[in-house]
Design a protein around this ligand. Sequence first.
Ligand SMILES: [Zn+2]
Length: 335
Amino acid sequence: MVKTWDQLEEFQPTVLKMLKNSLVKNRVAHAYLFEGIRGTGKREIGLLLTKALFCTSVIDGFKPCEACNNCRRISNGNHPDVHLVEPDGLSIKVDQIRSLQAEFSKKGVESLKKVYLISHADKMSVSAANSLLKFLEEPNPGTTAFLLTEQPQQILPTILSRCQILAFHPLSPQVMIKQLVENGVAPAKAPLLAQLTNSLDEAQKLNVDEWFAQAQKIVLKLYEVLGKNPLEIMVSLQADWFSHFKEKEQIHRGLDLLLLIFKDLLYIQLDKQEQIVFIAENERLKQFALKTSGKRLSDQMSAVLDAKRKLEKNMNPQLMMEQLVLKLQEGSSFV
Ligand SMILES: [Zn+2]
């Protein structure tokens, strides 16, 4: 799905304001480095600016029209003067940069302009980075480079010094919720998704993911059985949890959901209902909130965070969960 200038402006207002000024004043840099975590719109904005450079009917001096032949081909990834370099396996290899240079030593196929985007630029091998450095030192007029990275600290300082660096900040949950609802996500589901990820794409995938829908049910059920006897909860772990949350990433997801339940219960106790994310479960959560205390909830949240750290250190997930639920039961009538 291609996003327009106006849509992307909601994500990254500061970045787009800068880029708009450069376009209007005809002062586009030879090389940009976009840094920010996944899902902050680095690639989309790189392509947007590329379109602005090639567009044959630019609006107001900066907005690509999204309709001309050039705009359309860039959106579809098949403009002959726009090149995207991505890691080949684990790294970007020197041959990939060399073939880019060979391509750029020729004239533009259709114009004097050429653009290249290097995704995960921090993954360049040392020789690839040195090769790129020479390229950046002698920029061809009409050439624009976009280096995209989640880890700018891993890029050679000599490369950084030749780029204009723009920081991409994660979307605020409010903006994220608004965007999700505009994209057809139910308003009752958007707040939970916005808490779990900074990436709009990932949130939209989760929204229609069967595994994730089931995960929410299992986590809520786990919370419910915490008030029962330890045997019952071990049975529930065996029956539902272990078979659903297998990979490390999935277990983290499950623990994050559990954490959000505790948070919601705290919000209910603090009378901040508008903050809760399990909106569809509101009534059920209100009942749970009556039976617990703020102190207990914050102890339980610490226990979940502690479990996440143990998981990171590769503790056996089964043992980790068994210890966690016993810890979570402390303070219930059975302990
Ligand atoms: Zn256009």
